[in-house]
Design a protein around this ligand. Sequence first.
Ligand SMILES: C[S@@+](CC[C@H](N)C(=O)[O-])C[C@H]1O[C@@H](n2cnc3c(N)ncnc32)[C@H](O)[C@@H]1O
Length: 366
Amino acid sequence: MNRNRLHSLCPYFAMFPETFARDQLEAHTKPGDLVFDPFSGRGTTLLQSLLMGRRAVAADINPVAYCISGAKATVPRLSSVLRRLEILESQFDPACEESVGKSLPEFFSHAYASAVLSQILFLRHSLTWRRNHVDRFIAALVLGSLHGGMDKSPSYFSNQMPRTISTKPGYSIRYWLRHKLLPPSRDVFDILRKRAAYRLSAEVPLLRGSVALTDARKASEVFAKFKNQVNLIVTSPPYLDVTRYEEDQWLRLWFLGHAPFPTYSQVSVDDRHTAPTKYWEFLRSVWSGVAGMLAPKSIMICRIGTKHQSIEDLTNGLSLSLRGVFPDLRSLRPAVVSNIRNRQTEYFHPGTTGCLREVDFAFQLT
Ligand SMILES: C[S@@+](CC[C@H](N)C(=O)[O-])C[C@H]1O[C@@H](n2cnc3c(N)ncnc32)[C@H](O)[C@@H]1O
């Protein structure tokens, strides 16, 4: 399968491959059907559905996921992106950004060359990514370049970092000082032009999808117009005891308007639960929040990642959470298990452990 260039617009932790979404779409839907992902992440299910002529709806509570998924739901023309970048570049005045740059925490002066930081700061306050689809696409491009391996690609703006997660400020500074690493000099506008041309010069979806920045538990309310219409859900909830999106994506969240340091609030953009009982309760309330959107006989494909749980525990927990809301559900096949070996953070932060196995479940409403 030719990989659509929009899928990798921006890396995302715990994303599933588009081949997974494609196989489910092929097996369980036909063109015109409606597909929903309540935990959209980078929008894999949404984009693959649109590319295959299915209608698509997606939700995520995290602004980073909303921005990336939204960029794929309404893909702008390359000419519109280039025109907008030209206007932005003509308005950019580095002198106006200098004082803001200096007021940021120490992390930023180690992470970015000062001219690069000025360009990023300008885009941060100029892009109206919540309401304009061209700006959202540009913001998603920025998110994809904001941090990464500077030795691996000239399109990352930052000093050496992993591309999937933002490492903590203290750790990052110590790493850069120990390895005598200085931030690279980059032309942000030029990189964005090149990346836009690359991403938008291949196939783009003809259909548009709908994405909401919302808690999945409110999906039926937010997507009231899709009542009883969803034929297939392909989703992976936040992984049990693995990652904390708010901390792990703090730098991308900062670009979208959040604080210039990791935050650890109990609620907001994250719903990780380390206690399995709470996790299954959370999922049960998600299924009940989604129920109103489902068509009769709709199918739910769910991938769950975990570090500590056995397959039996996952199977029981998920079945109970679903059957609490859909008593007549039937399992379509036994759980499919895949073990995960390589992690993207390894080269930067060796020895960390993440998700160890992913388990796929398939159910149908009867
Ligand atoms: C495992 S990731 C999904 C990855 C996605 N399948 C992909 O390919 O990119 C889980 C997602 O759930 C989101 N999430 C966590 N709690 C949520 C909630 N209460 N409502 C909606 N989304 C939530 C996280 O922000 C994260 O993007």
